[in-house]
Design a protein around this ligand. Structure first.
Ligand code: GUN
Length: 290
């Protein structure tokens, strides 16, 4: 069993980005600029946002955080997004999810200018991605692809089972891995909460690659996977004792895997690295550098 080290891979990708950025700044351009909007003080969001801002520093980007109170209205949030859409000094914008229940998440995502949508959640980017056109790819899914690529894990023709159909992970990763992309061409099964248990087991037990994103500690047990599986654990769950764990029973399952992502230090780090790649792409588009 070997670890798919998201920290190492992310550091390597961010180092490549910072070299590029240094070149651009050397030629007189401003820094790439990411703006993050955080509504309220949801604890996991606070921690994700902190790591995104820290990564901006390492990549040589300007990263700025706009905090809005839990009580902000949808209209006020949409007005803030509109301001950023029209501000040429910002290349990419993220509205950290989840949002308070009085705000319609879809309205907010739809309000972000597609050319600044570094999360890749806007219907224009999601649609372009699904059609195999150039787009900002959803960051967690893209990060998983970059991690598999970094470790030369074969994907073409492999049987990949995705557990969880969320718009931010399961749905996009299943489309991306099935697409005729640079990192893709797998045979993909997308399973979800309505998949009967027996069918789920049939699928996971013959999968070459399993990607799980359900937010349930220990969801993937040793009996669910075959010997030599590549296991990608997207879960980040905080236990009552404060420990962070994924969706996989790591101690029991890891010995069966050829490769597995740790939690923390796996996919979470890659989400941030993929956001950096997307922000650099937004910046390069802005300045016609590609
Ligand atoms: N919340 C959990 N993951 C994400 C993500 O990738 N982007 C945003 N904006 N919010 C999230």
């Amino acid at each position: 069993m070997e670890l798919l080290d998201g920290k190492k891979c992310a550091e390597s990708l961010v180092a490549d980005i910072s070299r590029k950025v240094a070149g651009y700044i050397g030629s007189g351009l401003r820094k790439p600029h990411m703006t993050i909007i955080l509504v309220g003080t949801h604890a996991p969001s606070e921690s994700y946002v902190k790591s995104k801002i820290a990564s901006c520093g390492r990549a040589g980007f300007e990263g700025n955080l706009i905090r809005l109170p839990e009580t902000v209205t949808e209209q006020e949030l949409l007005a803030k997004i509109s301001g950023i859409n029209n501000d040429p000094s910002t290349d990419g914008v993220i509205v950290q999810l989840p949002l308070p229940s009085h705000i319609n998440e879809q309205n907010v995502i739809n309000a972000i200018a597609p050319e600044k949508d570094i999360d890749g959640f806007h219907p224009t980017n999601f649609g372009r991605m699904a059609l195999g056109q150039k787009a900002f790819r959803p960051a967690t899914a893209y990060g998983i692809c970059k991690l598999l690529q970094f470790y030369d894990i074969p994907i073409r023709g492999k049987h990949c089972v995705v557990i969880g159909r969320s718009n931010i992970v399961g749905k996009p990763i299943s489309i991306m891995l099935a697409n005729d992309f640079d990192i893709g061409n797998a045979t993909v099964t997308l399973t979800h909460i309505e998949t009967p248990r027996e069918l789920l087991l049939d699928e996971t037990r013959r999968a070459d690659i399993v990607i799980v994103a359900v937010g349930i500690p220990g969801f993937v047990s040793e009996d669910m996977v075959k010997e030599g599986v590549v296991l990608i654990d997207v879960g980040i769950n905080r236990l009552e004792n404060g420990k962070l764990v994924g969706d996989v029973d790591f101690a029991a399952v890891a010995p069966k895997c050829s490769w597995i992502t740790p939690v923390p230090g796996g996919v979470g780090r890659m989400t941030v690295a993929a956001l950096m790649i997307n922000t650099l792409m937004a910046y390069e588009n802005n300045f016609n550098l590609n």
